[in-house]
Design a protein around this ligand. Structure first.
Ligand SMILES: [Zn+2]
Ligand SMILES: [Zn+2]
Length: 333
């Protein structure tokens, strides 16, 4: 409680600083020498955001927190709706499991609690760390989109490699028992469960997401925070999609064969071993940690073909268990 009280005092002090006239003068200083007429609409909006807050630490902190909440829940809520639609069950990877509203609500409460108690106090250190690595934050104009694209491509490659090894390490006995077990509570995951994890796991695996940008920034001194935001948005989309529990005909792995998607990560939750990577399939393929997955999917394809050959609709049985593997109390069509 004392910690929360300190956090409150800090927030009050920083809010007061943000609204003080001096802070606005400081804000104006940020754009000395910038010609607003040379900026596009988004760049002007970016500049106005920083000028309005007057304090770049708060402007970056608030933007980071809001972006995370909007993207996370904005991407996960469509899957909550899909989970309530019986017609979507034919695309569910574990068709015998149901993400009940009770479990989804329990997960949402836990994720929100972590966002407000673990993430929010830390977010104020984000801008100073970016400054330390000389990342561009408030500055406009933005970099050219081609530069953003190759930098984001590198972040994807780095994060996938980092995640493969760190996640595999988290499956080692003591680390699994004390840290990673929580994330595996849902053996049939759903979108909201992407960040359902022990705070230490969020820190360890989050290092792969933010470590790439800091490393690139350290080496090149040429990275804008907007590129990092776009990267984090895409990474959140990837994580929520991977936990959604659905493989649709339009899902990315059906047209990009090396993309992992839910088809890959859902098996990890189902089997508790194998398929350790996030975005791509190559690490598991090269290290032979996807053999169980390949066998399982081939068996599942045979079962579907058999049901269809009998002229029946897939799935031909009603679900019997919840996302945690408990027997389902209410009958579902
Ligand atoms: Zn795992
Ligand atoms: Zn997972």
């Amino acid at each position: 409680m004392e910690y929360l009280a300190h956090a409150g005092q800090f927030a009050n002090a920083t809010m007061a600083a943000a609204f003080s006239p001096q802070a606005h003068l400081y804000g104006a200083d940020l754009y000395t020498g910038t010609d607003p007429s040379s900026l596009n609409f988004l760049e002007k909006a970016w500049m106005n955001w920083y000028l309005w807050w007057g304090n770049p630490v708060i402007a970056t902190g608030v933007m980071s927190f809001l972006m995370h909440e909007i993207v996370y829940f904005g991407r996960a809520i469509p899957f909550v709706i899909i989970d309530s639609m019986p017609s979507m069950r034919k695309y569910k990877l574990q068709e015998d499991r149901v993400a009940t509203p009770e479990l989804q609500w329990k997960c949402t409460r836990d994720v929100l609690f972590a966002h407000f108690t673990v993430e929010l106090p830390q977010i104020w250190s984000f801008h100073p760390i970016c400054e330390f690595f000389e990342m561009s934050t408030h500055s406009v104009p933005f970099p050219h989109w081609t530069k953003m694209a190759w930098q984001i491509g590198l972040f994807f490659l780095f994060e996938d490699m980092f995640h493969y090894w760190a996640h595999r390490a988290l499956h080692w006995g003591p680390l699994y028992k004390n840290i990673h077990k929580k994330h595996h509570e849902f053996s049939a995951p759903f979108g909201l469960a992407a960040e359902y994890a022990h705070p230490l796991e969020v820190f360890i695996l989050g290092s792969g997401t933010i470590g790439g940008p800091f490393l690139l920034c350290y080496l090149t001194r040429d990275l804008h925070i907007l590129t990092v935001y776009i990267w984090i948005t895409l990474r959140l989309f990837q994580a929520i999609d991977a936990h959604s529990g659905y493989d649709f005909p339009i899902s990315m792995h059906n047209w990009i064969p090396f993309w992992a998607g839910a088809d890959h990560h859902d098996y990890h939750h189902q089997a508790f071993v194998g398929c350790y990577s996030t975005s791509f399939r190559w690490w598991d393929h090269v290290m032979g940690t996807d053999l169980g997955y390949k066998r399982h999917r081939s068996r599942q394809a045979d079962q579907k073909a058999e049901v269809k050959a009998q002229g029946l609709e897939w799935p031909n049985k009603a679900p019997t268990k919840t996302s945690t593997g408990q027997p389902l109390k209410t009958k579902v069509q």
